[in-house]
Design a binder for this molecule. Sequence first.
Ligand SMILES: Nc1ncnc2c1ncn2[C@@H]1O[C@H](COP(=O)(O)OP(=O)(O)OP(=O)(O)O)[C@@H](O)[C@H]1O
Ligand SMILES: [Mg+2]
Length: 457
Amino acid sequence: MLPKILVVDDDRYTRTLIEQLMRKSAQVHLAENGEEARKLFDAIDFNLVLMDQRLPMDKGLELLREFRAQRPKLVAILITGFADVRDAVAAVREGLFDYLTKPFEDLEALEAVIGKALEIDSAYREIDSLRARLAIESGAPDVIGQSPAMERLLGQVREVAALDTTVLLEGESGTGKDVIAKLIHVWSLRSSKPYLEVNCGGLPESLLESLLFGYEKGAFTGAGQANPGYFEKAHGGNLFLDEIADMSPKLQSSLLRVLQDHSFCRIGSTQPRSTDFRLICATNRALVGEVKAGRFREDLYYRINVVALSLPPLRERGDDIIHLAVHFLDRYNSKFGKQCGPFTPAAVRALEACRWPGNVRELQHCIERVVALEPDGVIDARHLRPTCGEQTGPGTQDSALSLPALAYQDARAEFERDYMRRLLEAAGGNMSEAARSSGIPRQNLYVRMKRWGFVTD
Ligand SMILES: Nc1ncnc2c1ncn2[C@@H]1O[C@H](COP(=O)(O)OP(=O)(O)OP(=O)(O)O)[C@@H](O)[C@H]1O
Ligand SMILES: [Mg+2]
């Protein structure tokens, strides 16, 4: 279904322009004044409102405040003339998505801003529906993902969760293997039974062995009393062995026997005990390569590689980046009692351009840092540095031959920010002087300086 946009402007030209621009990708509703706008807003759940500041009977910003009282997460863009800069800044401070200045010079940019606003709206909606779903499926981890790659994966997870097969999760570090393992448990028929997880790379061999197999009293020095292991405790449920590639050769062969026989002996005992758990394994190294290199038993590999699910890296997950960013923004705002956000269009672009070598975990830490350290209010591209700034791609500055790694829009934004900073420095902070030397009209310059955070009210 197409998203619904409300355009409120008394100027017929502006209304028609936006309608024509968005007609193919959205259902556009038009209102000439506040009264018409209120009626439409009451009747339709809009994904985005574009509101002119100067209406015949109303002030656009006041009207948007009214709308937001009804729907706090409404995504809106205020359309202003150059004379209304203060309102525009106030609007963004209050958490509206953005403002646009009339007349619109660059239609592509206009379309891009509207597109981003719609993405933010869909992120808010997804998170709300996720919350509702979680209330039903309690215990399920938050899993954000509506990119085609993640939708495919989640479909596979649903299917295999209900089957009793062993699952191998492969993916770069931070892509969400732990989260998916937990989801398999929650969605499985064993969800009311235990879920146990252990990181095979994090423990010395003997400790891991006693944790998995358990031991009898006196089995080794310090074994004061008998202790059941995870193979026993996970009976009826799911056992998650994380970083399976790090398991020692000795434990690999012990595990193979357990999987073949569905039974094991506690350390210090020769009495076999039967067990019934479903195994989920994860690795961030390609297990085939480990087999070839002789570090992982081939027979064990075939045992655990019954259904292999591959987690896509974040950089291949398109819109998920923004959805995850909004999700983490929400989470850390409530955790730290802050009101950071929303993201500016430049911030959205910076998030999307980043390579995220540490995947979702890195994005999560980036947003946590911003919310913890920055004051309340909009999050701009500059707040996301150094994480996003440094990784927009290799060879950005120093190789004249390679293609620029930044998208044109980002490169232009980068240039403008740098230019504005140096201009203001050269003019000793004097705006009139800066306007004179740059040839940019003062009012226009003020808006741009504001946008980059170089001047405050
Ligand atoms: N789809 C997602 N939605 C929400 N949060 C996610 C998602 N995927 C990952 N996360 C979060 O990102 C962080 C890293 O995820 P996780 O620990 O599952 O990654 P991993 O693939 O197991 O990493 P490693 O290989 O380093 O063990 C966690 O805090 C997790 O909650
Ligand atoms: Mg993990």
